[in-house]
Write a protein that binds this ligand. Structure first.
Ligand SMILES: Nc1nc2c(ncn2[C@@H]2O[C@H](COP(=O)(O)OP(=O)(O)OP(=O)(O)O)[C@@H](O)[C@H]2O)c(=O)[nH]1
Length: 390
């Protein structure tokens, strides 16, 4: 390929290549949405964005071959729709919300503006409007992605650099708009075999690939986060499962050497077997969920709430001594005791026993602290239940 003397065949071939790439991306996002059911709304919106882009580029390439009524206004509107849909998909992916009103209004406004252009208007005007609107839409999408991706999502930070292709796309579209003003010979038409158009088409080709790859990576990260969460959580109560809690405990214990203490509050619902045997297993499950919900306000962001098994739970309180743990446990005890389980028109009184322990420098590991909290819990049960013991 020579940049000095491009041929019309080159620009049309490149246009077809970008359109074909967008078309393949459409199929991939459709498969992800409909077959794998991954990030359904965002994937479908991205499929629509790529489809609109593929169709817009194909119609653009057919200018002069197919009727103008098909290849001018529809192609321009589809191009703007593809940028608006891309923005909507980025919004759906980063904020989990999808604003159809903004997308529809933007496309309708640009479509009306293009229709309102007088007959025989300088053909660069439609190009300026489409590229200008595209630059603005992709810039807004890029800024949104930059802001949202930096924020913690599912406990994992997605790199804000994933927004970079959107900024580059915005820059490319802005450059195309400016070029129609500063270059007297510009037609604002991608089919014209100029060095500028060839460079733009190559950049568009790379950016379509980069843009889709960045968003696919984002979807993958979301998926991994979701799987990680499923592996760490107890399905009934959404507290940490035993494995994840043990990990958190050993992590906290490692910090003990660096002067950061912690305490444990072990919780065991009283006479749970009796509840299960009388009202049934479903009522038992409901009681466990109710207790966890009631205790959540006592648990800080830094605390770790885990289910050790059956009706036994434990809360890990970093930077907390035995006095603090006693306060928390007493508050929890009162909360559980205050609210009976409402089940099939009857009230079943609930209570729980609590064992607390503080990590000490002599403790070899977290399990040793847990064993002391367990022994304290045993004493609480021996004392007649519904009490806190240390
Ligand atoms: N509904 C329900 N029951 C469970 C679950 N896990 C364990 N259990 C039941 O919890 C009961 C625990 O009984 P026990 O260990 O005797 O304890 P308890 O009846 O609470 O007696 P105390 O702790 O001494 O007050 C058993 O009947 C288990 O089947 C669960 O996920 N859901």
């Amino acid at each position: 390929m020579s940049l000095a003397a491009p041929t019309p065949a080159e620009t049309v071939t490149l246009l077809a290549a970008v359109a074909a790439t967008a078309f393949v991306a459409t199929l991939v996002w459709l498969a992800l949405a409909l077959v794998a059911r991954i990030a359904l709304r965002a994937s479908l919106t991205l499929a629509a964005a790529n489809a609109a882009s593929a169709l817009a580029l194909t119609l653009h390439a057919l200018r002069g071959v197919a009727p103008d009524a098909l290849t001018r206004w529809p192609s321009d509107v589809l191009a703007v729709a593809s940028f608006a849909l891309l923005g909507a998909a980025v919004q759906a992916m980063t904020t989990r919300r999808l604003s159809w009103q903004t997308t529809t209004l933007t496309v309708a406004a640009v479509a009306t503006l293009l229709l309102a252009l007088p007959d025989g208007v300088d053909p660069r005007w439609p190009a300026r409007i489409v590229n200008g609107a595209g630059a603005a839409l992709t810039l807004v999408a890029g800024l949104l992605a930059w802001r949202q991706l930096g924020a913690a999502a599912d406990g994992r930070r997605a790199p804000a650099a994933l927004a970079l292709p959107l900024f580059l796309l915005s820059l490319l579209l802005a450059a195309r708009t400016v070029e129609t003003f500063v270059n007297a010979g510009s037609a604002g038409d991608l089919r014209v075999p100029s060095a500028f158009n060839i460079a733009c088409l190559w950049a568009a080709f790379v950016l379509v690939l980069l843009q889709n790859a960045a968003l696919a990576l984002l979807v993958l990260m979301r998926l991994v986060s979701r799987i990680e969460r499923l592996l760490q959580r107890d399905p009934l109560t959404d507290t940490l499962n035993r494995r994840a809690f043990d990990q958190a405990l050993e992590q906290a214990h490692a910090w003990l050497q660096r002067g950061r203490g912690y305490a444990l509050v072990m919780i065991d619902m009283d006479r749970f077997k009796q509840l299960n045997d009388t009202l049934g297993h479903a009522a038992g499950d409901a009681a466990l969920r109710q207790m966890v919900e009631e205790l959540q306000p006592c648990v800080r962001e830094v605390d770790r709430f885990g289910r050790l098994g059956g009706e036994e739970f434990c809360v890990l309180l970093p930077d907390t001594g035995i006095a603090g743990a006693a306060l928390v446990a007493e508050r929890m005890r009162a909360l559980v005791h205050a609210a009976p389980l409402h089940w099939l028109e009857q009230d079943w009184p609930l209570s729980a026993s609590f064992g607390i322990a503080e990590a000490e420098p002599g403790d070899a590991n977290g399990a040793a602290v847990l064993a002391r909290a367990d022994a304290a819990l045993y004493r609480a049960k021996k004392q007649g239940r519904n009490v806190v013991q240390e």
